[in-house]
Design a protein around this ligand. Sequence first.
Ligand code: PSU
Ligand code: MN
Length: 308
Amino acid sequence: MNSHLHYTPEIRQALEAGSAVVALESTLITHGLPYPINVETALAMENAIRQAGALPATTAVLNGEIRVGLTSDDIEMLAAADYVRKCSRRDLAIAIGLRQHGATTVAGTMIVAHMAGIRVFATGGIGGVHRGHPFDVSADLIELGRTPIAVVCSGAKSILDLPLTLEVLETQGVPVIGLGTDNLPAFYTRNSGLPVDVCVDSPEQAAEIIAAAGRLGMNHGTLVVVPVPDGDALPVEIAEEAITRATAEAESNGITGKLVTPYVLARVADLTEGLSRRANTALLINNAHTAAKIALALQPHDTPEIPL
Ligand code: PSU
Ligand code: MN
């Protein structure tokens, strides 16, 4: 076990036994969704993973300690805390060195999951290249190129430039696997019209590709994209209009850097009222369930060397 990490007893035991564990991020709780939906959704994702027969490990930094697995009290505490640093790769050392609370982004969660020996991670949407700002490239994309974790998500929100996001993933050497879809989902909506690298029909088939990447030892991540369940998708026009407006407002209010994503997410939620929320919750739970199935399917394969 990595001595820099603090595990819940349940997760420690599961990792020692080689059981299926799915990592979950915490930025979703602190910067992605409002209270109390953030707490409810985080717990519902954990439940979905348990119901599928795996164990959830939400990751965060609490008072400077990297946690692998949170209790529901920890989740409540993070959701209510005055200041929680949003932790991508560059931020982890700051939060740890200054004994702060930190919420892990997709990149931050991948790093912690890899240190812990977890191979699968579920979330809603990854960061990407920002529309109109081709040099604002989320650290998530770079992390996917260098850390061997499978990230199960519903693509990325079209607040981002999705064609450029796919280009950067290609440059970083990240396979994009569509589970039951041949094109990249756009978070609230099922289709972006942009092709994925391969379409598979089952979590087991996705696991075969992830296992092959592990055996090759190339150390890149894999993106498994799953569209929002049919009945819960947002009508395309409503999603697009809200996103265009929110992005323009961020620009005119001078919002930059790591504040852009949280700002736009909050505005889109306001502008679409309950609709975006329903899609959001549905896809998060579905992705958690799917990630658990992939983690279970990965079990019989030879495990790659894990740097414990
Ligand atoms: N996209 C969402 N919801 C989120 C995020 C992205 O639909 O909560 C969060 C994730 O934690 C992601 C991060 O890793 O924002 C990306 O932020 P940035 O663009 O600053 O890298
Ligand atoms: Mn960004």
